[in-house]
Design a protein around this ligand. Structure first.
Ligand code: NDP
Length: 246
């Protein structure tokens, strides 16, 4: 029996990239997995088919993380379809980078709506349903701790906020038997940050392992945190960054 058998999970932003890899890994480890998407409907439906072929339930939900009602409803729908909720993964995110004088207030608000406000909304709704043994996993970024290039101040701030939220809420949730942790990837090969894209030359010198991470490597850590063996980890920010943050 796999360590997540019979568990019910929701992953935000599961249609592509790191989110899709997390969906896959939780499903491979036995969980029924709901996941949200916004623009990537065809990718989401394909992923749902793929994970159903593993013998678990899939529930793709179109939900905009920047919309409170839409996101809360997605959590509620997961509970009503799967009968319970054990695992919430806040993955959906945007990385808007621009020089200070060109960075618009609209992009500041968008970054905060998706990277910071949305995890809070999803956690608030999920906490109504999670039982002892429940798990909340946020996907932050190593840029919360290290930002060695220009134009990323707002992104770094948003991920530092996730770190603080995780640390603080661990005090609320720990006594209830629910853990909350923050996974901080370094450069990972996705549409957001392709390993063969123009920006990779800037990032690679910071990677002591000499390469980008793959989404499946983040999925593996998330799956561990979602399972019973991680029960003594709470409020932590865990780097998975190829040495970027050293
Ligand atoms: P991608 O850009 O490759 O994928 C983003 C995902 O988020 C998509 O599934 C997208 O859905 C979803 N999404 C974006 N906006 C919304 C929204 N408003 N509502 C619902 N879903 C939304 O990103 P990554 O996979 O690279 O990143 C995932 C997370 O990992 C982010 O939080 C990011 O900050 C973090 N991260 C990534 C790193 C990297 O190097 N790749 C490094 C460190 C952290 P759809 O396509 O359906 O619209």
């Amino acid at each position: 029996m796999s360590h997540l058998t019979q568990k019910s999970a929701i992953v935000t932003g599961g249609s592509r990239g790191i989110g899709a890899a997390i969906v896959r890994r939780l499903a491979q480890d036995g969980a029924n997995v709901a996941f949200t998407y916004l623009g990537g409907e065809s990718q989401a439906l394909e992923l749902a088919k793929e994970i159903e072929s593993l013998g678990v339930k899939a529930l793709p939900i179109k939900a905009d993380s920047s919309n409170e009602k839409s996101l809360s409803e997605a959590v509620k729908k997961t509970v009503s379809e799967f009968g319970k909720l054990d695992i919430l993964v806040n993955n959906a995110g945007v990385a808007i980078m621009a020089p200070l004088d060109e960075f618009s207030i609209e992009d500041f608000d968008k970054t905060f709506a998706i990277n910071v406000r949305a995890p809070f909304i999803a956690i608030k709704e999920a906490a109504k349903h999670l039982q002892r043994g429940g798990r909340i996993i946020n996907i932050g970024s190593i840029n919360a701790d290290r930002m060695p290039f220009a134009n990323g101040g707002v992104y770094a701030m948003s991920k530092a906020a996730v770190q603080g939220l995780t640390r603080g809420l661990a005090r609320d949730l720990g006594p209830l038997g629910i853990t909350i942790n923050n996974v901080q990837p370094g450069p990972v090969n996705t549409d957001m940050n392709p390993e063969d894209g123009p920006f990779s030359a800037v990032l690679k010198p910071y990677l002591s392992v000499g390469r980008y991470g793959q989404p499946s490597e983040i999925g593996a850590l998330v799956s561990f945190l979602a399972g019973p063996d991680s029960a003594y980890i709470n409020g932590a920010s865990l780097d998975i960054d190829g040495g970027f943050g050293n």
